[in-house]
Design a protein. Structure first.
Length: 620
């Protein structure tokens, strides 16, 4: 039997590793910027073209590399961060695997110019698809200059799955923000297609947060600082009144490294229990300093999942620290009774003489409750008499006894069956239903149909109606605008502002009027007609966050999520009381829709309790 096991070539092994480490242009930015931080840089400049698809350049003023190190850095598992296994439990650097540069070079064309501060000449190394193209001395500033061109040029399947430029740029900005938030002592800049997107000078931690997310956030932050034997926890949490349904900025960092940790997120939310509505989120920026021996960062190539040795104890510290911060800054709301319409009680003055007259009680000693008075007698006078024209009261009552009026003023049809598939035809005359409706607990509309009792979820029904209307407006650009009294200013971080700029054309078709003010600021001048009463800023912000969550990049997907997000925001809230005319209009609009039975995201709108099921309930 011939041998079948063989070693993979380095180029193939590097591409396999690249599939885990380098998933999109944002991954390249993350790895190169983290290397610059580990190299002791004080200034890091990032230049991207076409959201990183054409080129990514990262320039730093770190310690640079020698000629030998520059070439060896692109080999797999070549690193200066660790030298033995025990070093994994004493990590103070961002990288340590030695896979990043090898993975980047496997799927792109890379050029590195680097020079140590004590050398007169630097080195230029060129690599394409893990193959060394050239290496030569070059005159360059001290530090390192990485140029990555044509990402995934040799893996067309991976390049095909990249999203739109706006989506990829948003991902780059998110990675940029995560590194910049934890290294406020380093100056960062990022430009895209020749335009400066973000320029962050050296600053304090609070200033760095405000520089990225806007000045408005500065008013909402409460500082946290607790030092224990297990962990030093510091940073900021948002005030309870800054809670929002979507778009809260939530970041955890441990030893200078961004991490995701759902368990600690629950700890923060535990501290805000009963202070914010259920489902709302608050912003937080929390930094953990722990002994590297007590954590394990070597779980996933992205190094965002970290295990803690004392998770339960740290969970309790997080809850206590956040609660202490809320109490220290009086962020916990005090009891404030509703005084509107309350009687004004005068203050008692002991120096002023008080004269109080005793109340006088007027009693009728001749009153007898068993003796009918003239008024009581008149109230019952004629109660037992039959009116002379009693026959007119029954005009029009005759007819078949099979027709029985129900509690809703509609008619049931127990002896006839309706083909329930006609309900799904989407036309108003496909369903024979009553014009009288009953609203149950402000959530459901009940009405009689041939086959039984139809129940309509009114909130979802309104979402379906509004969604179809908004989609038609986007297709015909026929959205009606309602101007706001004063333009509202919306401030977004760069990672969200690029998404909004991508959505503006479709939002314009809906009736939004937005102006770009620069620096992540937008002016909301008008909103679609029918959304009056909603907060214009939060309405736009909700649409942006919904688009980011879904990662939509095709025009059809973008329009779908914009229309769905706006419909959810503008739909009647659960519990809203409707008149019969309003219910009738909603039902009519629903059955004009192409699919009245489901919301755009697949939730059930209409259900029917058939006549046979009703009869079984009562044993008929």
């Amino acid at each position: 039997m011939s041998d079948i096991i063989h070693l993979l070539p380095d180029s193939v092994a590097n591409q396999i590793a690249a599939g885990e480490v380098i998933q999109r242009p944002a991954s390249v930015v993350k790895e190169l910027v983290e290397n610059a931080v580990d190299a002791g840089a004080t200034h890091v400049d990032i230049v991207v073209e076409d959201a990183g698809k054409t080129s990514i350049q990262v320039v730093d003023d770190g310690k640079g590399m020698s000629e030998t190190d520059a070439r060896l850095a692109f080999e797999r598992h070549a690193t200066s961060k660790i030298s033995e296994a025990s070093d994994l439990f004493a990590l103070r650097t961002m990288g340590f695997r030695g896979e990043a540069l090898a993975s980047i070079a496997a799927v792109a064309q890379v050029e590195l110019k680097t020079r140590p501060a004590d050398a007169e000449l630097g080195t230029c190394v060129s690599i394409e698809g893990s193959r060394l193209v050239g290496q030569e001395p070059v005159s360059c500033p001290s530090g390192s200059n990485f140029m990555v061109r044509n990402l995934f040029f040799n893996v067309p399947a991976r390049r095909k799955f990249l999203k739109s430029n706006q989506t990829e740029l948003s991902n780059i900005l998110q990675e940029f923000e995560r590194v910049a938030l934890v290294h406020d002592h380093i100056a960062f800049s990022l430009s895209h297609n020749g335009t400066m997107v973000m320029n962050l000078p050296k600053s304090t931690l609070r200033q760095r947060i405000v520089s990225i997310f806007g000045k408005k956030l500065n008013e909402q932050l409460l500082s946290v600082d607790v030092d224990t034997s297990l962990v030093h926890l510091y940073g900021f949490v948002g005030k309870p009144d800054s809670a929002r349904r979507k778009g809260a900025h939530q970041y955890f960092f441990v030893n200078g490294r961004y991490m995701r940790h759902p368990y600690f997120h629950k700890a923060v939310m535990e501290a805000f229990e009963k202070l914010i509505p259920v489902g709302d989120q608050v912003s937080y920026f929390l930094y953990f300093e722990v002994d590297p021996a007590n954590i394990d960062v070597n779980i996933h190539p992205t190094k965002t999942e970290i295990k803690f040795e004392n998770e339960l104890a740290i969970w309790q510290i997080v809850v206590a620290a956040v609660k202490e911060s809320l109490g220290r800054f009086n962020a916990v709301p005090t009891i404030d009774f509703d005084t509107e319409g309350a009687p004004e009680i005068p203050v008692f003055n002991s120096a002023r003489p008080v004269s109080v007259e005793a109340p006088v009680l007027d009693v009728n000693p001749d009153y007898n409750p068993f003796k009918p008075s003239s008024s009581r007698a008149s109230a019952f006078e004629g109660a037992g008499k039959v009116p002379a024209n009693w026959e007119s009261l029954y005009d029009g009552v005759g007819g078949s006894q099979e027709t029985v009026s129900n509690d809703f003023g509609s008619e049931m049809f127990p002896d006839t069956e309706m083909d329930d598939m006609s309900l799904y035809a989407g036309t108003p005359d496909a369903v024979e239903m009553s014009t009288q409706h009953y609203q149950y607990k402000g959530r459901y509309i009940l009405t009689a149909v041939k086959s039984g009792l139809m129940v309509i979820h009114q909130h979802r029904a309104h979402i379906r109606v509004l969604y179809d209307r908004y989609r038609r407006q986007m297709e015909t650009h026929g959205g009606q605008s309602q101007g706001v009294l004063f333009p509202e200013i919306l401030q977004l971080p760069p990672s969200e502002s690029v998404v909004l700029e991508h959505l503006m054309d479709d939002m314009q078709a809906l009736g939004f009027d937005l102006s770009v003010l620069g620096g992540g600021s937008f002016s909301v001048n008008a909103i679609p007609a029918g959304t009056e009463g909603l907060n214009p800023v939060e309405l736009v912000r909700s649409i942006v966050h919904s688009s980011m969550e879904k990662g939509c990049h095709v025009e059809e997907d973008v329009q779908h999520y914009i229309a769905l997000s706006l419909a959810r925001s503008a739909a009647i809230v659960p519990g809203q009381v409707l008149s019969n005319d309003e219910m009738e209009a909603l039902v009519d609009d629903l059955f004009v829709c192409a699919n009245p039975n489901q919301t755009p995201d697949g939730k059930v709108i209409v259900a029917i309790l058939e006549q046979k099921e009703l009869e079984l309930l009562f044993g008929d």
